[in-house]
Ligand binder design. Sequence first.
Ligand code: GDP
Ligand code: MG
Length: 331
Amino acid sequence: MEVIKVNDTDIQSALDMIKRQYGTEAMILEIRKKRRYVVGPSYYEILVGIDQNEAPSKVDSIGALEKAIKRLDEAVTSLGVKDNELEQLSRESGFSKEFLLKARAIPHDDWKSSIRTYLSDKLQFVRPENVKFRSFPRVFVLLGPTGVGKTTTAAKLAGYLLMEKNANSGFITIDTVRPGAVEQIKLYGKAMNMPVEVIRRPHQMEKVLTKFPDAHYIFVDTVGRNPRELAKLTEMKMYLDQIADWVPVLCLNAGLRKEEMQKAFEYFGKIFHMEYFILTKTDEVESLNSAVEFLAETNLKVLAFTDGQNVPDDLLFPSTEDVMNMVGLAL
Ligand SMILES: Nc1nc2c(ncn2[C@@H]2O[C@H](COP(=O)(O)OP(=O)(O)O)[C@@H](O)[C@H]2O)c(=O)[nH]1
Ligand SMILES: [Mg+2]
C-alpha cells in the first residue's frame, strides 16, 4: 500500500479532495492536528493509504472521520502539542506545562531559547537606589507573611545602601505584636548605628519622619500579617497613610508554591499597590522555577533576592541572565 500525506487547514475540503482524487481506493490511516507555530493557524495532516486491491468499504464515512477528529482534538492540547511531550519537557525543564505553553516552548523546538525570550521580556529588575520616590527621605515598606525575612531583609538593604551607596537609613517598626520583634530591629539598628523608631498608634506616624534628619532611606518593618486578615492589612495601611509617599515591597520566600505566591500577591494587592518584590530564602530551595513563573505572570519588579541569614551580606541583585542561569536556562 502506498501512503500519501495531505495537508489542509480545512478538514472537509481535504476529505473531499481525497475522495475525488482517490475514490474508493483511499483509506484514511491517521489524522493529526498540527500547528507549525504555537500561535499560528492549525492544519490537518492526513495520512492516506492507497491500495488498488482494497475493497471500497474501507473508505471511512465522513461521520466516522468526524468522530475520529473529535477524539483527536481531545487528545491534543488546543495548541497542537501532545500532552505527553509537554509532560516530559515539564519534567526536564522544571517548568509547568501551562508556563511552557505560554512561553511557546514547544517540544522538539528550541525550548530553551523560547523560554529565554519569554523571560527576558517578562522579568523586571530594579535596584533599590533606582526606585523613584516623590519625597525625601525615601520610604520603603516591607510587607509579607510572618517569617519570610522582612526584618532581616530591611537590615540587609540598609547595610547595602550604606556600604555601596554611602546612604544612611533609619528604621520604623510597627511590628509590636510579635515578642522580640522590636528588639530584633533595634539590634540591627545598633549594629549599623542607625536610628529605630517604634510606632504603636497611627497618629505617631505623622511626625515620625522628622526624627530621621540624616536618613536618605527609611525602612518600615511591618508586623507579619496573615494575608487573609484583610482588616488587619487595612489597619496597617492606616498607619502608613499618615506619611506622604512610601513604596510597598512584597516579600515572599522562595519556598512557597506558585499558587501560594499568587494568593499572597492577590491579598496584599487588595490593599496595597504592589510594584516591587523581594524573593527571600533562595538558599533554602532547590529550584527557583515556581518563583520565576510567578514573576513572569505579574508586573512586579524585583528589587533583590536574599540567600541566607547573614546581615548584610546575603543579599543579591540578580540580572535576568543570572536568573536564567539559576533556572537551568544558561546559554
Ligand atoms: N536561610 C535563610 N534564612 C533567612 C533569610 N532571610 C531571613 N532568614 C531567617 O528567617 C527568619 C525570620 O526572619 P525575619 O526577618 O524575622 O522575618 P519576618 O517575620 O518576615 O520579619 C530568621 O531566622 C532569619 O534569619 C534568607 O534569605 N535565607
Ligand atoms: Mg519581622
